[in-house]
Design a protein around this ligand. Structure first.
Ligand code: HEC
Ligand code: HEC
Length: 407
């Protein structure tokens, strides 16, 4: 068990830092830029507050060090000093070799932590082959990346990142030195960990605490659940009914309170805990859970985008069923950012699903051709209006998740 935990922590480190590593392949340019973060004198509280009932009930119960599940809110406590450090790291260009790119370069708060372009620009102008992804409720998210390649211990072990680890170790050591030499990181590490030492694990832990604190549960939809959707207008109500209907089947894939891959792969595979010491405790114990429809595919599906694949995703054109929270802010859409608007997305589902032997069964008519939803214009607008109710303004304006290098 301990080994598994270690392995996972290590793998998560790799996941979080692989982007850096990939930005860190060439010559070293260590010229610390002058910017220092503006941080409040007393630390902001990163533990979630006022979690509504429907959301709370869906959170995975984490485990304590002895493997017992924790059934109270303390389980969700975030170490605010670590999260603060994580916030600074997330926004710091020093995390790239030539001090030009941070996590936030491609995960922008105003865009629901996605990037408003199809391909993001990384280190030295290289562009990402896939569209940057929204970061929302990572605590409920255990199938990461468009191909769900980083999902659980299994997924990670299978992933050919071993080489990157070696490359990374070297680069991450350099990063540690670089951070130690700044005027402010030693103090931030001191606050978070009780000593100034900058290590790879500490960097990863802090980023994890920050990511885990990024919880979004204050959308119009969330408010609606608590009051039988009395806050919805007629169009949104119509859209909600369509979204949850047999006709569209949207909620068959974008399911649960995070509007992401259904349970069975969704929330049960790997649970994690970030406790006050920053230890992350993982388990891949399925607890006898049988597994759902998308279990085998790690929460991915083929939605008939193409007859011929440029990118096979997880294989056979299967891509992660992404969360639709804040979807109104995260354009462009799909793994390659091919659709600029929600209208285009809806038109795809309505009329353009391509026939393919890999197509998800939800989209097949009885004669095996792709189903056509034949939505009216009003129904399309309604669906779109519903999707906008998933936007959480407080989340994308929350100062705790904002750029500390800007005043
Ligand atoms: C150059 C752009 C770029 C940078 C820099 C970047 N990301 Fe990403 N991020 C992406 C792209 C593109 C994907 C999807 C990649 C894929 O599926 O192959 C992604 C995916 C992710 C995911 C998976 C989300 C999900 O729901 O599956 C997380 C989490 C994430 N990034 C966090 C980070 C963190 C933390 C950093 C900084 C250490 C970072 N990213 C830096 C572009 C970037
Ligand atoms: C069979 C499962 C499935 C069904 C049913 C489904 N989706 Fe999706 N959805 C996906 C997958 C998988 C993706 C990502 C596909 C890709 O990028 O290649 C996706 C992507 C999206 C996106 C873009 C997300 C982003 O971050 O780019 C939106 C918006 C969306 N779906 C809305 C809907 C709506 C509305 C419906 C109902 C009309 C629906 N989906 C039905 C699986 C499904």
């Amino acid at each position: 068990m301990k080994n598994l935990q270690k392995l996972t922590l290590c793998s998560m480190t790799v996941l979080l830092l692989s982007v850096l590593v990939w930005s860190c392949q060439k010559d070293v340019v260590i010229s610390s830029h002058q910017t220092t973060p503006y941080l409040p004198t007393s630390v902001l509280n990163y533990s979630p507050t006022d979690i509504p009932e429907h959301f709370n009930g869906a959170l995975p119960f984490p485990f304590d060090v002895d493997g017992n599940s924790i059934h109270d809110d303390s389980a969700l406590e975030i170490n605010s000093d670590m999260a603060t450090l994580g916030r600074v790291l997330f926004y710091d260009n020093r995390l790239s070799l030539n001090n030009t790119i941070s996590c936030a370069s491609c995960h922008k708060q105003a865009n629901g932590f996605a990037d408003p372009v199809a391909s993001s620009v990384g280190f030295k102008g290289k562009v990402t082959p896939r569209n940057s992804m929204t970061i929302v409720n990572p605590i409920m998210n255990n199938n990461l990346f468009w191909d769900s390649r980083a999902s659980s211990i299994r997924g990670l072990v299978l992933e050919p990142v071993q080489n990157h680890i070696e490359m990374g170790m070297e680069s991450i050591d350099k990063l540690s030195v670089k951070l130690s030499e700044t005027s402010f990181y030693p103090e931030l590490f001191q606050k978070a960990y009780g000593s100034e030492q900058v290590t790879e694990n500490r960097i990863a832990d802090a980023l994890m605490q920050f990511l885990m604190s990024m919880m979004s549960y204050k959308s119009k939809w969330d408010a609606g659940v608590e009051q039988n959707f009395a806050n919805f207008n007629a169009l949104e109500t119509m859209g909600k009914e369509l979204f949850f209907s047999q006709r569209t089947q949207c909620s068959g894939c974008h399911s649960g309170v995070n509007f992401s891959a259904p349970d069975g792969f969704g929330n049960f595979d790997m649970r994690f805990l970030g406790n006050s010491t920053g230890d992350l405790i993982f388990t891949d114990d399925f607890g006898g859970f049988g597994g759902g429809e998308y279990f085998e595919s790690q929460g991915t599906a083929n939605i008939g985008l193409d007859m011929v694949y440029k990118d096979k995703g997880r294989g056979n054109g299967n891509f992660k069923i992404p969360s639709l929270r804040n979807i109104g802010l995260t354009a462009p859409y799909m793994h390659d950012g091919r659709f600029n608007t929600l209208e285009e997305v809806i038109n795809h589902y309505d009329q353009n699903i391509q026939p393919h032997s890999d197509l998800d069964s939800k989209f097949r008519a009885s004669n095996d051709t792709p189903k056509r939803m034949n939505l009216s214009n009003l129904e399309k607008r309604a669906l779109e209006a519903f999707l906008h109710t998933l936007t959480d303004d407080s989340f994308v304006k929350d100062v705790r998740f904002s750029d500390p290098f800007l005043k």
